[in-house]
Ligand binder design. Sequence first.
Ligand SMILES: *[C@@H]1O[C@H](CO)[C@@H](O)[C@H](O)[C@H]1NC(C)=O
Ligand SMILES: *[C@@H]1O[C@H](CO)[C@@H](O)[C@H](O)[C@H]1NC(C)=O
Ligand SMILES: [Cu+2]
Length: 672
Amino acid sequence: MASTLRLTVFSVFTLFSFHLILSLQEFPHPLDPLTTVEITVIQTIVLKKYPNTTHTLSFHYVGLDDPDKAMLLKWESTPHTVDIPRRAFVIARVDSSTHELLIDLKSLLVLSDNVHTGNGFPTLTVGEQSQAIELPLKYTPFIETVKKRGLNISEVVCSTFTVGWYGEEKRKRAVRIECFVKEESVNIYVRPINGILILVDLDQMKIVYYRDVSKEPVPTEVNTEYRASHMQPPFAPKQHSYGTFQPEGPGFKLNGHSISWANWKFHIGYDVRAGVIISLASIYDLEKHKSRRVLYRGYISELFVPYQDPSEEWYYKTFFDAGEFGFGQSTVSLEPLRDCPPNAHFFDAYYAGHDGSPQHLANAFCVFEQYGNILWRHTESGIPNEEIREVRTEVSLIVRSVVTVGNYDNIIDWEFKPSGSIKLGLSLSGMLEIKAVDYKHKDEIKEDQHGTLVSANSIGVYHDHYYIYHLDLDIDGEENSFLKTDLKTVKVTDGSSKRKSYWTTDTQTIQTESDAKIRLGSSPSELVVVNPIKKTNAGNDVGYRLLPSPAVHPVLVEDDFPQVRGAFTNYNVWVTPYDKTEKWAGGLYVDQSRGEDTLAVWTKKNRNIVNKDIVLWYVVGIHHVPCQEDFPIMPLLSTGLELRPTNFFERNPVLKTLSPMHVKWPTCSKQN
Ligand SMILES: *[C@@H]1O[C@H](CO)[C@@H](O)[C@H](O)[C@H]1NC(C)=O
Ligand SMILES: *[C@@H]1O[C@H](CO)[C@@H](O)[C@H](O)[C@H]1NC(C)=O
Ligand SMILES: [Cu+2]
């Protein structure tokens, strides 16, 4: 029922005042995230259509509807000649059905309102999760079992877990609840109360299934504390003080969410589901005297975390952290001086909460310049009586955010380098998900416990972390091709060389989506996105190549339910022609999805990808076999990838980049 609906019920005064406020609002950039005022306007418009006095209403996604790409590029080249619509895409639950609304923020019209009738449910709201975790604490059988286990109900906290899908015909919106003990330690995830199965129906907001199956002891609080203020000496050897001092201020210039720094410029957006989004990244070419596009848009499309314990209590733990919990709404405030260095600039973010009202997230992401690495160097000692040494210090620019979904903290970095490289860093910290067991020593364990005994009574369960990046590269323009260069062994059999073999390269232009599905790691190859129309003076294709992380492949069978839902992990690399609707690699509705709307399904169309506007999808993964050092809190475990110019420039683009000046430290005071 896609129709244009005028809001006749809208009171004249409200309509007028919103028009006024919105027209007074400055939109420096069409990709800027929705503002608090806009979120309030959207809430009001939806409430007018579905008053909460007569409907149950909740907001599961409120985000900027992507502007048309061609229009946006035109706007970018000639800003005042194109009027880009400013629209919001909303997913709301109205009386137990899922509505998709498109709202125009200039006319304040609901342009369309469709009901999603397929499988899968929208992202959980923070509000409904807060309500659900309170239910067990008032549920008599739960209160009794807590008492029977010798625990204090006032010291119990609960958490929500999405339920996945295992072939069932019909499903309701529901979450599992697991509870933990917070007594004596705030490290709740390492102190689970095992053996209680609780299912909450989210639409009814009540416990619909409850079973008490076993009573393993809750692991001890001893050695689980991680707050420095609650620890006893001795501490590790003291680290010396340090400082960051930029007497001329930071080297970047901000204009709202647009940033220019060194030879780079780009836009930093934020979305309740994706978190930080980098758009319109271009690098200035000193020789061509112009800015050249590299990336139209990049963000993390999904994060799939399947646990590997098949028991009744654990099998369902196969999480999709972006689609089920929302990377943007799980973004946490950064701590100045610790999460980001003293020279960082912080941005706040806003998203719509359960009732549609704007939620403020202070210090949601930061930008800073990083020092300490070498850009390039050479010591020439081959010329007699001369010593030549040229060294350049690297300065890079980092955009950082932290997404904390329950126990895990994902540290997400976008690092821009003057050499043209973009490094996409991913690091994990936080707590393991622990299964309570009766064992205190490995030798007591007779059956597979599906994890490592990391402490007494504590199994760190095996699992994977698969992140997938959506990287809409536009190398020097939109029409690009994807090249795969294999390194091939050539055997010398005709005696023409003293060698028996050498290697050479064999480059193919990948024609279709099927051929672009690549499992990395078995044989060496170079993967390059090129602009086939642009060549260097030497005749090479202008491109950017992918420097992958260690290749990770799924270890489940391909038709296992979680693997079907997370089928985007079947390959490390995928390439698709740009399609505005193909944003979420696990599907738009991931909660209890059935794998019907994944990257693996879209690419079955096997579209042509030669000389097209293409999107590179890349899976970064970690198989996690926990170890004792991951307990009680895990030091950063890092991976990531690099996008590196490859025959993009005529020569080393940082040949004329000088090292930053070192300044003498002024009189200073200490800050923690
Ligand atoms: C309706 O929503 C508004 C805005 O969130 C809220 O203030 C009000 O209490 C809600 N009313 C009902 C009946 O839920
Ligand atoms: C249970 O915990 C509460 C809050 O921490 C505390 O006030 C109370 O004394 C505890 N009860 C028992 C029986 O330990
Ligand atoms: Cu892990």
